[in-house]
Design a protein around this ligand. Sequence first.
Ligand SMILES: [Fe+2]
Length: 143
Amino acid sequence: MFVEWKDELSIHIDEIDEQHKEFINRLNMLFRACQTGKAKEEVSDVMHFLEDYILDHFFCEETVQSILKYPDFEKHKKQHDDFVETFIDLKQKILSSTDTEKNSKLVKDVLINWLIEHIAASDKAVGAFIKETIDGRKKITSL
Ligand SMILES: [Fe+2]
């Protein structure tokens, strides 16, 4: 199963949408690498890339939320922090196992599903808030 980017996943903030596309792209690469039993180096490379990417991406989202005083910031940040912990835990599991079926299932069931659900619910709410806040400010400055 490969996850495709769909317009329904757009949160209508271009920079964050682009990061989500890359996030999905890299998770698909990881899924494929695990599924085909590619060399451990390849799985390990993608996982290391993802670890940095996830931290940068979450930091970017959290910075915007913090600047705009997003009311659910703490709740959203907790979801990110929990995911980072899950990712690190899963990284150890995947890198120490040769069970390709189990590894690819973990990537799909845990990482890919989390990201899709997180974007569809939590990030979309942030996107709507950002738009509302920016539009509100534009109105004030045009008065
Ligand atoms: Fe998020």
